[in-house]
Design a binder for this molecule. Structure first.
Ligand SMILES: C[S@@+](CC[C@H](N)C(=O)[O-])C[C@H]1O[C@@H](n2cnc3c(N)ncnc32)[C@H](O)[C@@H]1O
Length: 198
């Protein structure tokens, strides 16, 4: 999907996703010492706003202006500051290295996705952390929600292999509970937490 398609999707409702942080982002970031962070493909900035509330200086990058408008509103409501950057993650580069990169549910075709993932280790300071969560390919058959196109879903080994030079602490297909009108459903996410060696 291009920026126009994402803008159209974000324009349809108030907040498309939850305004709460993703459960895995929360779990793996809450013990970290705040510093500089990037939320890549931040959407409506739920994770960026949560991080900012914990003292992080967050740059939220997305190519959807509509999503970032909502993100700025969410930040204002929460009384926190988030720097928003409207840019395409396939070409965007940060000004300098950071302590944390969060990537949640970025959907790109495999070739483009692996090219973006391959750049992430270089964005981290020594000791810095990457938290990546995404729709796993197995979710299509065995999980709930998420895109039906396997090309934009993640595969664990391929994802880890793209993160050259990082120490991988967590690499799993994680179950995420989703409340639906028909009761609880389980979504299957690729989850990787990795650190740049000091
Ligand atoms: C499923 S949403 C996830 C948003 C957010 N990370 C979250 O977890 O709530 C995917 C986001 O990726 C953004 N996105 C997709 N491709 C992108 C690209 N090439 N450059 C920048 N943003 C992109 C979309 O605009 C959308 O906001």
């Amino acid at each position: 999907m291009d920026a126009d398609a994402w803008n159209a999707r974000y324009a349809t409702r108030d907040f498309v996703w939850s305004v709460e942080p993703n459960v895995f982002v929360e779990r793996h970031c809450r013990e970290l010492e705040p510093g500089d962070a990037i939320d890549l493909a931040a959407g409506e900035c739920r994770n960026a706003v949560w991080l900012a509330g914990r003292g992080w200086r967050v740059t939220a990058v997305d190519f959807s202006s509509v999503a970032l408008d909502k993100g700025r509103r969410l930040a204002e409501q929460a009384g926190v500051e988030v720097t928003t950057v409207e840019a395409d993650v396939r070409t965007w580069e940060p000004d300098g290295a950071v302590d944390l990169v969060v990537v949640a549910y970025l959907q790109l075709p495999t070739t483009e996705r692996l090219a973006v993932l391959g750049r992430l280790p270089g964005w981290l300071r020594p000791g810095g952390t990457l938290v990546l969560v995404a729709h796993d390919r197995t979710n299509i058959e065995h999980g709930w929600g998420g895109p039906p196109d396997p090309d934009v879903c993640y595969e664990l080994d391929e994802t880890v292999a793209a993160l050259t030079g990082l120490d991988v602490q967590v690499a799993e297909v994680a179950e995420r509970s989703v409340a639906t009108p028909d009761g609880e459903r389980i979504a299957l996410d690729t989850l990787v937490v990795a650190h740049r060696p000091t």
